[in-house]
Design a protein around this ligand. Sequence first.
Ligand code: PEP
Ligand code: MN
Length: 358
Amino acid sequence: MSNEQLDALREQLDDVNVKLLEMINERGRLVREIGDVKSKSGQKRFDPVRERHMLDHIAEHNEGPFYTSTVQHIFKQIFQAGLELQEDDNRKELLVSRKKKPEDTIVDLKGEKIGDGSQRLVAGPCSVESYEQVYEVAKFMKSQGIRLLRGGAFKPRTSPYDFQGLGKEGLEILRRVADELDMVVISEIVSPQDVEMSLDYLDVIQVGARNSQNFELLKEVGGVDKPVLMKRGMSSTIDELIKGAEYILAKGNENIILCERGIRTYEKATRNTLDISAVPILKKETHLPVMVDVTHSTGRRDLLEPTARAAFAIGADAVMAEVHPDPAVALSDSAQQMDLAQFESFLDSLRASGLYKL
Ligand code: PEP
Ligand code: MN
């Protein structure tokens, strides 16, 4: 074969490539249109029966030289790319996305605004143990100008033999203390059945890391008129956290605060690995305020203050930390809670850094 002939064949190949490209994009446009129609009528995008039909159709028409299995494999890739295209379009439309709502959502907790550009602190004991214990921490917080009181009443524990929390009695204690000191109560609810009951006691419902993909709970808190603190699951991607928040917003509840609380990695130096870059990513992708839980992410008292500084420096709207009057005897998380003196120096350092104004 002469060089001229080879060049001519190569030219034909280039033409075929361009035609294939045009056809693949033409297919993409059609898939997109179909996706639009389907999402408007509430139909699922992926239809396995239809996909099987298309693969059979391709097999019937295959005249080689490629094996049918090879051609089907190539088409499977094209189908997948089409689905991803629909998914991208769908992402743009998420209610929590900045694309849908460019301005910041500000969650107003009895006058304490989260997401308005100021920095907030949330503190309190890991578990509510008694009225006196909560009151002591809350009183100190109040003296420091902090009104966002958090304590666990329903504790999701790894071992069933560990302290499970005081339950409803814990919520009653939190409410009583908060009313006496004019504070805001945040506490975790672990079961959809308890959401309704909790409304009388809580100002913010916390969805914990272990329940970050408990979709029934997410739907339940999405249906009530109460702000939600939505934690990232310990093995959740940022996208999964965003979609979890979408469950809440899709049910009508717009008052959501996202919380980065560390993810499980192979690193053993800290309890979890604080994914600090999640903060600007969440702020960019969504319009929701973002909090960083320095206690459960690090699990180390000595890292609370530097990670809190990092959180505020990178744009977090709030930082959460656990404080106990006597951590050594705490019924949960005793290794990582601060006592009142440590909390005071934590606050002093944060203020001295200029990153925390209050
Ligand atoms: C908590 O905040 O009390 C808690 C248990 O944290 P997480 O759900 O992030 O583990
Ligand atoms: Mn804890």
